[in-house]
Design a protein around this ligand. Structure first.
Ligand code: A3P
Length: 321
């Protein structure tokens, strides 16, 4: 009884005051960092990205650059780590040379410190560069298409993607406040989250994949048969790796292996940006976690909306494996 009233020896009123203080400090911190969204050609993007949009638009891609494109939370980091291991297969230790966001800069991302912006990092890197983007097809700088760059697009089923994004927005204090889940789901369905509509995103790259040099992958396939998918990526990159090396890459890029790898798990990002009390970056890494979030009513409403939104393009997404 006494223990429950006096946590760590602090009287209840003092403990309450301390909790209030911590909460206020956290709210203040969030208000300072969380960015509003501003639209570029109808696509909501974080305001700092829009402020330097001209730099993004004018970015000069080189023919050997590789672009890894995804809707946020579709498995970008996983794809990046696999690609780095494929490209450095004789030297796995080299893949620990730096955090993933330094090894493969995030094209459009910027920060109050200009030295940390994706483009500044890319300008100091020697080609061939591997570049991350969440931009929808129509906003990717045209130089990538003019230079016929290879692009790896990773897509994830809409329900798991929405859930993962929700938890990410809870923890990432740069993103707008997510609010409660039903409200968030509504924003996802209406293309109001950062980087816009999931539906437009997955369809945009799908439609172009035959015309451009795009390898289109699914998170669910990667989960189900990682050997096959890593081999496809390796072949696309012209590497033709032996089966034993593919197996080693698969072993080093499991969810558990990446969760424990500080160069892949974003643990180097400060707490003032990633609030890990809210959620982890490497959260669950599963297919079907949406079942723990969608009510039966939300699921039925989502399915009806999904059918309408995806009626013009058959993309073989799987919500369970
Ligand atoms: P969850 O939130 O569902 O766990 P991104 O890199 O695009 O931000 O995507 C992050 C999502 O990919 C998170 O999903 C994360 O856990 C998952 N992920 C990261 N590495 C993974 C891996 N090796 N295997 C499976 N899922 C992985």
């Amino acid at each position: 009884m006494i223990h429950s009233l006096r946590q760590n020896g602090v009287p209840p009123t003092q403990a309450k005051a301390r909790r209030l203080l911590l909460l206020t400090a956290r709210l203040n911190m969030e208000q300072q960092v969380r960015s509003p969204m501003v639209e570029v050609k109808g696509v909501p993007l974080l305001k700092p990205i829009v402020t330097h949009w001209e730099r993004v638009e004018r970015f000069i891609a080189l023919p050997d650059d590789l672009l890894i494109a995804t809707y946020p939370k579709a498995g970008t980091t996983w794809t990046q780590e696999i690609v780095d291991m494929i490209l450095n297969h004789t030297d796995f230790e080299k893949c620990k040379r730096a955090p993933i966001h330094d090894r493969m800069p995030f094209l459009e991302m910027t920060s109050p410190n200009p030295a940390l912006s994706g483009i500044t990092k890319l300008e100091t890197m020697d080609p061939p560069r591997v570049i991350k983007t969440h931009l929808p097809f129509q906003l990717v700088p045209t130089s990538f298409w003019e230079a016929n760059c290879k692009v790896i697009y990773m897509a994830r089923n809409a329900k798991d993607n929405a859930v993962s994004y929700f938890h990410f927005d809870r923890m990432n204090l740069v993103q707008p406040e997510p609010g409660p889940w039903p409200h968030y789901l509504d924003k996802f369905m209406n293309g109001k989250l950062g980087w816009g509509s999931w539906y437009d995103h997955v369809k945009g790259f799908w439609r172009e994949k035959q015309k451009k040099n795009i390898l289109y992958l699914f998170y669910e396939d990667m989960k189900e048969n990682p050997h096959q998918e890593v081999e496809r990526i390796s072949d696309f990159l012209g590497q033709n790796l032996p089966k034993a090396v593919i197996a080693e890459i698969v072993r080093r890029t499991t969810f558990a292996a990446m969760r424990d790898n500080p160069m892949a798990n974003y643990s180097t990002v400060p707490e003032t940006i990633f609030d890990r009390r809210a959620s982890e970056f490497m959260r669950k890494g599963e297919v079907g976690d949406w079942q723990n979030h969608f009510t039966p009513e939300q699921n039925a409403m989502f399915d009806t909306h999904y059918q309408t939104m995806m009626a013009d393009e058959h993309i073989p997404f799987r919500f369970l494996i």
